[in-house]
Design a protein around this ligand. Sequence first.
Ligand SMILES: NC(=O)N[C@@H](CC(=O)O)C(=O)O
Ligand SMILES: [Zn+2]
Ligand SMILES: [Zn+2]
Length: 354
Amino acid sequence: MSQSEFTIRKPDDWHIHLRDGDMLKAVIAHSSENFARAIIMPNLVPPVVTTSQANEYKERINAAKPAGHDFVPLMTLYLTETTDLNDVVAGAASGLIRALKLYPAGATTNSDSGVRNFETILPILEKMAEIGLPLLVHGEVTDPDIDIFDREAVFIERVLDPIRSKVPDLKVVMEHVTTRDGVDYVSSGGDNIGATITTHHLIINRNAYLVGGIKPHYYCLPVAKREEHRLALREAATSGNAKFFLGTDSAPHPDGAKESACGCAGIYTSINTLSCLAHVFEQDGKLDNLEAFASLNGPAFYGLEPNEKYIRFTKSETPIVYPNKIDVHNDKVTVFDPGFPLFWKHQEIDANAA
Ligand SMILES: NC(=O)N[C@@H](CC(=O)O)C(=O)O
Ligand SMILES: [Zn+2]
Ligand SMILES: [Zn+2]
């Protein structure tokens, strides 16, 4: 008999773009409703590079979230070649800063301040290893000679593996891993390397944005790869392996910026991500491992307790209707269309009933 109900600890999102200003106000409720905590990406314009900027951003996020939502933003700093080591140490010691984010310069949206010469950041990485502060990497090289479909594998070989050899105790998260190469690298590493996997990379391959006309709302970075890579991600996410956890990488851009001759990278999933995930795990016969992926493995990697709250999923008879688009001041953001109807809905329940 197929299952129609199950309960898990409330999930966290270990990689989210909440943006700022009107966009923050438009998207925050979807994250603060579905997730107890989230690792907040620092790629604002200008980026969040100091502890005091992170503190101000955290206050703006808390001010924007709906009353009654006890969502906790976990702040990160954008690592640059001029990052101040003392500020990082103080920010981590205060509990505000949970990780540093490494963007190779030019790799993705708002990454111009990223790192060009990885040698320059070694002293910071050594200190991070010493104090147990994780490094989160956007794992793609930016060398124009490297094919975009190979950029993750080449990043591992040329950047990530050398960094991990030089600083073996550094805790690293390969963010939004998209290839079998990435999955294999993380699986075969020690306890101090993990990876986030997005909802959309479990669902789409590269055909989604290239076949039958160019589809800007399926364009994100790293780009979705061949089907064999999607299957490797599915296998890793649904396996229960503690190294893999949910980071939606939900990345809203106004439709005008995506439906363009040079469209922005990013897919917005915050609103329907949990329904999509329940569908994926059910399809693979792995509903029992959804809690590990969405609610347990992430906190364990970050050295935090799982959430006290629980959510219950129930399968409805008729498809759940999510909006195709959400409103943002004078514009819209398109919501990820998984390409199949969604039946799993969820609600928070009393912990005693769990
Ligand atoms: N994932 C994306 O396609 N875009 C992200 C940046 C990122 O995570 O690389 C964004 O900020 O828009
Ligand atoms: Zn990224
Ligand atoms: Zn991202």
